[in-house]
Design a protein around this ligand. Structure first.
Ligand SMILES: Nc1ncnc2c1ncn2[C@@H]1O[C@H](COP(=O)(O)OP(=O)(O)OP(=O)(O)O)[C@@H](O)[C@H]1O
Ligand SMILES: [Mg+2]
Length: 453
């Protein structure tokens, strides 16, 4: 037998809806205003008058975004928070989700917007202590510490809230649904209530989500579909740096990367991102080659290091950190076959300094030349970067956004770049204006003659 939807009670004064009939409305404070509503009749009334429209005839205005007050966060969001839009942020325990959102709340409040921070995990004293440490203080930043989401959301209209933050969807309870907070049904109901509240009040909302041991957002997959933007906040245990990325964004692209440093005073955006991964050393060491990778619109200088160690074992070892192992093995095979540099008698190890991971094929050429340099035991020029995708025929192909990459290389003091011969037209601007020497090559063999000349 189908389960009947529970009867709802709607306040005739303010329209607040609940499943529990109370004498006093928790939203407007009026007594005896609740009226029972039949859910079936309510649903029919809701859809009565909904008509089909021609897409072009629907009047739309570009959303007026609300700045989070932190440039890195705005960039990852695609330009700021969108009214009615819901952002879900997930990350490891202790990574700094609450810290980041309290800082965002403080910045938005200091711009004159009322912010409601709903904390289901921490007491008011804990949040206040963190706020004092981070230097967050604004009369417009309001705090609700408790587990009843319906009660918490009732303050949105009464306090003219312009942004609400829910920390976290696993820690609060939706009264309509049975079960403990954090169970799949509860998480779904909590997220739905938050999404409905954001849409109804036309205010942005940011929800915190826990993650599972394998790094996925905890709760039903539906959670990620319900919200407009999903962000991940991550970092390595040994480092104080934290990365903010968008996994899904209905209001912007998902390529941008925000980098922060965790300090006692909170999360500080890192301006010089390339500097994080590159420590220029004066000693020329064989097997080291520079490239410029793109993380969204951010160019990052990457130092590819390769070590070749002779072995007598019939199956030499291949280890790669920062570039996918299969890609590294493929590049070693291309180097051997197309450029005539034998790799079979050596164990090969590749590492990208600073723990950077590159998916972009533009690092192929740098990986090949660093490998050739290690195998021949000859260092490369320290002021040169290599940009190109290497094909199975040993050809070197152009990369995207070459001008942005070369400008970053120049900013960091590199003076030479080896790029694909097909790039010629695109980098005319840089050659005309800057002091970089650009070498065009068509194949891996050309690159090797260029580097060992
Ligand atoms: N006094 C301090 N100085 C420097 N860093 C601190 C200090 N106090 C806390 N931190 C940093 O803040 C982190 C905790 O941040 P936060 O509570 O925002 O994480 P969270 O992602 O919300 O965690 P949880 O999932 O447990 O809620 C700590 O792991 C630590 O790195
Ligand atoms: Mg937290």
């Amino acid at each position: 037998m189908a389960k009947e939807a529970p009867v709802r009670y709607v306040c005739s004064n303010c329209g607040f809806s609940t499943v529990t009939r109370t004498g006093k409305c928790t939203s407007c404070g009026q007594w005896g205003t609740f009226e029972a509503v039949n859910p079936t009749a309510e649903r029919s009334a809701k859809y009565a008058g909904v008509k089909v429209e021609v897409v072009n005839s629907v009047s739309v205005k570009p959303p007026k975004r609300l700045s989070s007050g932190i440039g890195e966060v705005d960039r990852v969001l695609g330009g700021g928070l969108v009214p009615g839009g819901v952002v879900l942020i997930g990350g490891q325990p202790g990574i700094g989700k609450s810290t980041l959102l309290l800082q965002v709340g403080g910045k938005v409040a200091s711009q004159g917007t009322h912010v409601l921070y709903i904390s289901g995990e921490e007491s008011a004293a804990q949040v206040a202590l963190r706020a004092a440490r981070l230097g967050v203080s604004s009369e417009k930043l309001l705090l609700y510490c408790g587990g009843d989401l319906e009660d918490a959301l009732s303050h949105i209209s009464s306090q003219s809230i312009g942004l609400f933050i829910l920390d976290s969807v696993q820690a609060v309870k939706a009264p309509e649904e049975a079960g403990w907070p954090g169970t799949p049904n509860q998480v779904r109901a909590v997220a739905q209530m938050a999404v409905d509240a954001a849409r109804a009040a036309d205010v942005p909302a940011v929800l915190v989500g826990h993650i599972t041991k394998d790094g996925r957002l905890a709760g039903p997959m539906l959670l990620e579909h319900m919200v407009d933007t999903v962000l991940t906040f991550s970092g390595e245990g040994y480092s104080s740096h934290r990365m903010l990325r968008a996994m899904k964004n209905r209001y912007g692209n998902t390529d941008e990367l925000g980098i922060f440093e965790m300090r006692e005073s909170g999360l500080t955006p890192v301006e010089d991102k390339s500097g994080l991964y590159w420590n220029r050393s004066d000693a020329a060491v064989p097997g080291v080659a520079m490239t410029i990778a793109m993380e969204g619109s951010t160019p990052l200088v990457a130092e590819i290091q390769t070590l070749a160690s002779p072995t007598t074992f019939p199956y030499p070892k291949r280890t790669s950190r920062g570039i996918e192992l299969n890609r590294f093995q493929l590049l070693a095979a291309v180097l051997e076959k197309r450029a005539g540099i034998p790799c079979g008698g050596c164990d090969l190890y590749l590492n990208i300094a600073g723990g950077l991971s590159i998916q972009d094929p533009s690092a192929d050429l740098a990986a090949c030349v660093s490998l050739a340099s290690a195998l021949r035991d000859k260092p490369l020029r320290g002021d040169c970067c290599y940009l190109g995708e290497v094909g199975l025929a040993g050809e070197v192909r152009p990369v995207t956004r070459i001008l942005t990459r070369l400008k970053e290389a120049e900013r960091l003091g590199l003076r030479r770049a080896v790029v694909s011969g097909k790039e010629r037209g695109e980098i005319w601007g840089l050659e005309g204006s800057a002091g970089m020497t650009i070498r065009h090559i068509n194949s891996l063999s050309d690159a090797l003659s260029e580097m060992f000349s």
